[in-house]
Design a protein around this ligand. Sequence first.
Ligand SMILES: [Zn+2]
Length: 285
Amino acid sequence: MTKLSTTLVFAASLLATACVRNPYETTNRSYRQQAKLLAQQLQAQPTLAGDSLPPTPYWVGTTNFNLRKPNYVIIHHTAQHSADQTLKTFTLTKTQVSAHYVIGRDGQTYHMLNDYLRAWHGGVARWGNVTDINSVSVGIELDNDGSEPFQPAQIASLLKVLGGLKRTYNIPAANFIGHSDIAPVRKNDPSALFPWQQLAVRGYGLWYDAAVLSDTTAAPFAADSLGQPLPGLTPREALRIIGYDVQDFPAAIVAFKRHFIQTDVSPILTEQDRRILYNLYRKFL
Ligand SMILES: [Zn+2]
C-alpha cells in the first residue's frame, strides 16, 4: 500500500468512526457531570470531620500527593447474553451496578469508568481483611452467560487490559482474583471454564506447582517443606490465609475449586485438592 493510500484508508476509518452515532450520549453527559462533582470535592480544602478538635490558626495543605491506586483486579462474567445488554445495564441508574471494563466475546473492550474511580461490582465481599473491595479494585466484566467457554478473542483482549493495569498500578500477581473468590456464598463468576492458569502463567494470579499433582508422598497440613510440624494448620485455615471468607466453609471450598481445580467443584477436598491447597497457601504466605 502506498503512503497516500494508507493515509486515505486511515482518514476514511476516522470518518467512519466519527459518523457512528453514540446511543449513550445522554448517559455520557451524566458521567461527565458526576466526574465534575467529584473533581470539585477533590479541589475543596479538607476540613476536620469532628468538632471536638481545637481549630488551627490557619489551614496548611501539603504539597506532596497524588491519587490512590487500585491494588486488586476482580474478574467477572456478566451472566448476560450480550455486551450490549451489559452496557445498557451499567448505564441504568436503577441497577446500581457497574464495572471499569466490559469485554465482549469478540474482544471488543469498553472502558466505562476511569480506573481511579470506584465502580460498583464487588457488592458485599471480603478478601483477607479487605472488606471494601470496590474501593481498592478494578472490575472487569466478561460477556459470558456463565455456562459457555470464554472466547479466545475475549481472553486476548483481557490479557492486554491486565497487562496495562499491572504495569500502571504495579498490582501484585496474587491480587488478580475472581468475584466468586471474594463472595463465595453469593457469586459463582467467573465460572470454572475461566482460564485462570493461562492468566497465571503471564503473572496475573497465582497457580500451584504441577509437581504437587504427582507427588503423592507429600502430606499436606502435617508438616512444612522442612519437615517441621505445623500445629493447627487446617485446610480451613489455609483457605483463610489465602484470602477466602471461610465463615461458610463448604462455599469457600467450592470457590477455591472453581478457581484452582475446575474439573470438580464439589464442596469436598480430595487428597489431591489438599496438596494443591497447601502448595498455594505457601505461595500466599
Ligand atoms: Zn460478578
